[in-house]
Design a protein around this ligand. Structure first.
Ligand code: C5P
Length: 234
């Protein structure tokens, strides 16, 4: 699968989401639906966005016992999403259960990627609250490797970690990277950011871009700029 720009549709309602997506009359963006929108609108929003011709990354970050995750993933798989995710902290049996649940009768399945450590967790939080003493970058790499050994397709990570993940897990192991900002843009609450062009140079497979597109005066132009910088050949 080639490189693509995934637009984080962090809207509170279906109405706001459709008003945003209606602007895209040419290329249909790959869309990320997160917990807020999914819990507000349910499976209907996934079906409708799919019907409109978009690919979908359903970002629900599952984390439960293997049997529960397996059954939940089977439901998501029938929604025909393209990428789903879970927490690698759920461990190997849960990740394997998720893969089983996702696999359809014809053998196809959505891509499955893992969240390693949330970027809201820093070294101090990890040591104090989770009793994990190792350096956080080692923990992130260990979780990535564990996800790969369980059979997953990749991880969500900072673009600053993408190169290391590829070195450890190989070029085919996908890196999906949020924290993207234009060189002349506002960083907002993201601390460690990279431009689409730099994310491309470092080998990210997919960039996840929210506010630089959703809050732009001209979202379609901002999306096209991301495509030019990240996807198009020079
Ligand atoms: O608006 P912005 O470009 O910062 O949006 C980034 C998207 O990626 C949001 O949906 C955010 O929740 C998500 N994300 C992130 N950092 C992570 C994981 C997910 O920013 N580590």
């Amino acid at each position: 699968m080639g490189k693509d720009v995934i637009v984080a549709c962090d809207f509170a309602s279906a109405e706001a989401t459709y008003a945003f997506l209606d602007k895209f009359t040419g290329r249909k963006p790959f869309v990320k639906i997160g917990m807020e929108l999914y819990y507000a609108e349910g499976p209907a929003i996934v079906k409708e966005i799919k019907k409109r011709g978009h690919k979908i990354f359903l970002d629900l970050k599952l984390h439960d016992i293997p049997n529960t995750v397996k059954k939940a993933m089977a439901v998501l798989s029938h929604l025909d999403v393209d990428i789903c995710n879970l927490h690698a902290a759920g461990a190997t049996a849960m990740m394997q259960g998720a893969l089983e649940g996702l696999t359809r009768e014809d053998g196809t399945r959505p891509l499955l990627i893992a969240v390693t450590q949330l970027t809201s967790t820093d070294q101090e939080t990890m040591e104090r609250d989770l009793l994990i003493k190792e350096p956080i970058d080692q923990v992130v790499m260990h979780y990535a490797k564990t996800a790969q050994l369980a059979g997953l397709d990749g991880v969500v990570c900072s673009p600053l970690e993408a190169e290391k993940v590829h070195t450890l897990c190989g070029e085919k192991f996908l890196t999906v990277t949020p924290g993207i900002r234009f060189a002349d843009g506002d960083k907002g609450d993201q601390k460690r950011v990279m431009t689409p062009a730099d994310a491309k140079a470092i080998g990210s497979d997919y960039i996840v871009v929210g506010r630089p597109i959703t809050a732009a005066a001209d979202p379609v132009a901002a999306y096209e700029r991301c495509i030019r910088e990240f996807v198009d050949e020079e």
